[in-house]
Design a protein around this ligand. Structure first.
Ligand code: NIG
Ligand code: FE
Length: 406
């Protein structure tokens, strides 16, 4: 969008410490000036610089305004669903046992391989629209249900097409090391070799923003993960990791040694893992949807992460197996009730810290220079974002400087 717009008559939750000491950075009688797709100025309307001459003005009607929401961990592109597996788990079969019996991720791989690109696009677009309805303006999407060069490329292309066709910013993550596809049964090291050769091709096609792996006893070992990370590093691609979800594999420390943007899940994270993440500036991405769906009882070490000063993000982990949910606000609420985050931490977790988990310092706060991504809510205080659930208070969304119909 070209030209400048003054968005006035708002209460701003800027999340900018420069605007106030309590973390929310509240600005009463607030206004935002945008120039094209960037925020040019933020403050109370009384302080608007005299020389500001906006091309247009929008009255936000006294709404609460926050940064656009960032869902920094999803597996949005897949075929089929796993409702039958959900029933099996309710009857007592474990996630690991289902995976070892050839179900779990592998059943989604079969359904994804069988689906056309257009079908994958249509189903993923519906899901993306569900997330967007609650104010998501940046969405990370992982591959990992194709597990061949052709099928992984298809899923990543679908993710790119979503970003091109919908008014939101999509970041793609290559998760070839999600599980071993059946044609490589018993040959995990050969599979790792194969995906390391796919990576330059996928990158050359402009399909990869980051690289992830599932380091777990039902996934890949630390050594195999290291080889994937080395391949990413050679190409200058940042890494992230599904780490210590079901057991402590030392994956977080390995990822941190590669300067990982984030380590995600972390229910079994050790003190050494926390120290390594802290030293590397790696974000801890908490996924209460997976914890809830798998009926886990072991909590991520929240207090230790907090006192170490490791930034915490919160995401949906939307996927057909462990987190078939499409509400980032519900995840914020569960991050409080299940993981004991404060509402401020939960809201920082779905905005500024989620942006950091994607290596995107240009969003997640309302401040001059940030991308013009923001949401107007039918709410009085931003702590209500983590309080209500099963209710969508989103009123208006501006994405990349343009208001989208929500
Ligand atoms: O983030 N843990 C591995 N990956 C996904 C689940 C994938 C699946 O079960 O389909 C997760 O929870
Ligand atoms: Fe995941």
């Amino acid at each position: 969008m070209t030209g400048s717009t003054l968005w006035r008559n708002a209460r701003l939750a800027t999340l900018d410490p420069a605007q106030g000491g309590d973390g929310w950075g509240l600005v009463e009688h607030g206004a935002l000036l945008t120039e094209g797709n960037r925020i040019a100025w933020v403050g109370t309307i009384h302080d608007l610089p005299a020389q500001a001459a906006p091309d247009q003005e929008v009255d936000l009607g006294g709404a609460l305004v926050t940064p656009g929401l960032v869902d920094c961990h999803t597996h949005l592109v897949y075929g089929g669903h796993r409702a039958a597996e959900f029933e099996q788990r309710l009857q007592g079969m474990s996630y690991e046992a289902i995976a070892r019996a050839g179900g779990g991720i592998r059943s989604s791989v079969a359904a994804t391989r069988a689906a056309s690109e257009d079908h994958l696009l249509a189903s993923a677009a519906q899901r993306a629209e569900g997330l967007m309805a609650e104010g998501v303006t940046t969405l990370e999407i992982k591959s990992g249900y194709g597990l061949s060069l052709e099928a992984e490329a298809r899923c990543l292309r679908v993710a790119r097409r979503l970003g091109a066709e919908l008014p939101l910013d999509v970041r793609t993550t290559f998760l070839g090391a999600h599980t071993l596809p059946p044609e490589f049964e018993g040959r995990a090291d050969d599979y790792i070799d194969a995906i390391c050769t796919w990576l330059p091709e996928l990158q050359a096609q402009g399909l990869v923003d980051a690289v992830d792996a599932f380091c777990e006893h039902i996934g890949f070992t630390r050594e195999q993960t290291r080889r994937v990370f080395e391949a990413a590093q050679c190409l200058g691609l940042p890494v992230k990791l599904h780490a210590e979800q079901l057991s402590d594999q030392g994956g977080a420390a390995l990822a941190a040694s590669f300067g990982a943007l984030s380590c995600d899940h972390l229910e079994h994270l050790s003190p050494e893992g926390i120290a390594a993440m802290r030293a590397a500036g790696t974000v801890a991405v908490l996924l209460p949807g997976a914890y809830h769906t798998l009926r886990e009882t072991r909590l991520p070490p929240i207090e230790a992460l907090r006192s170490a000063g490791v930034p915490m993000a919160v995401a949906t982990d939307h996927n057909p197996g462990t987190s078939p949910g499409l509400s980032l606000l519900l995840m914020a609420s569960m991050a409080c009730t299940l993981f004991r985050l404060t509402p401020l931490e939960a809201v920082q977790g779905i905005t500024m810290n989620a942006a950091r988990a994607l290596g995107l310092p240009d969003r997640g706060q309302l401040a001059a220079g940030q991308r013009a991504d923001f949401v107007a809510w039918r709410l009085g205080h931003p702590n209500e974002l983590a309080y209500w659930f099963g209710h969508n208070p989103c009123q208006r969304v501006v994405s990349n400087g343009c208001e989208r119909s929500n």
